[in-house]
Design a protein around this ligand. Structure first.
Ligand SMILES: Cc1cc2nc3c(=O)[nH]c(=O)nc-3n(C[C@H](O)[C@H](O)[C@H](O)COP(=O)(O)O)c2cc1C
Length: 167
């Protein structure tokens, strides 16, 4: 799948807005992810307003790409009624990666910006969005049209692969 091998983190964006149908596709891809027991423990906040993006960027010291991106998407944990509470991180990671790959497919660029499991970032996002008790922020994703197209480095390393047993 070419999108996997073309994806790189994009942190600089042109000013061009992300069309509504592309935003919808990103969210469809995210929600198409596998999850433990199909528990789908996700919700999203779409952030386009420049002031809101700036405030969101303030949640983490490493989230400045949100300032210049036309679109931010916050992936939220919807933590009530989890069938497999041990698995929400895997579920939300699969969901986030799906969104990143769909971005490549649509000619967009994106970067995953960590919120969980940093307590101060989780608390800041909770306050910013006035999230209820059972909802918390997992990650923010900055999305837009890349200023430059970076070539991905291929990372396959045969020495990391073991057959039948370890090492
Ligand atoms: C869990 C996770 C958290 C990350 N958090 C940040 C972040 O806070 N800020 C940032 O600029 N990049 C962040 N990244 C992007 C990584 O820095 C990037 O994926 C890594 O350097 C590999 O580069 P590539 O995505 O271009 O292949 C994160 C990636 C992952 C998977």
């Amino acid at each position: 799948m070419k999108e996997i091998f073309e994806r790189t983190s994009v942190r600089r964006f042109t000013g061009e807005a992300v069309p509504k149908d592309a935003v919808r596709k990103l969210l469809e891809a995210a929600m198409q992810a596998p999850s433990a027991g199909n528990q789908q423990p996700w919700e999203f906040i779409v952030v386009e307003d420049a002031e809101h993006r700036r405030a969101l960027a303030g949640v983490s010291p490493y989230a400045t790409p949100l300032v210049g991106a036309p679109l931010g998407i916050v992936v939220l944990l919807k933590g009530d009624a989890l069938r497999f509470p041990e698995c929400w991180r895997q579920d939300l990671s699969a969901c986030t990666e799906n969104l990143l790959l769909e971005a490549v497919h649509l000619g967009l660029g994106a970067v995953w910006l960590a919120i969980a499991d940093f307590p101060s970032r989780i608390a800041a996002a909770k306050k910013l969005f006035n999230l209820p008790e059972h909802v918390s922020a997992f990650a923010a994703i900055a999305v837009g049209y890349p200023v430059e197209k970076k070539k991905a480095t291929l990372r396959f390393d045969e020495s990391r692969v073991h057959y039948e047993t370890y090492p």
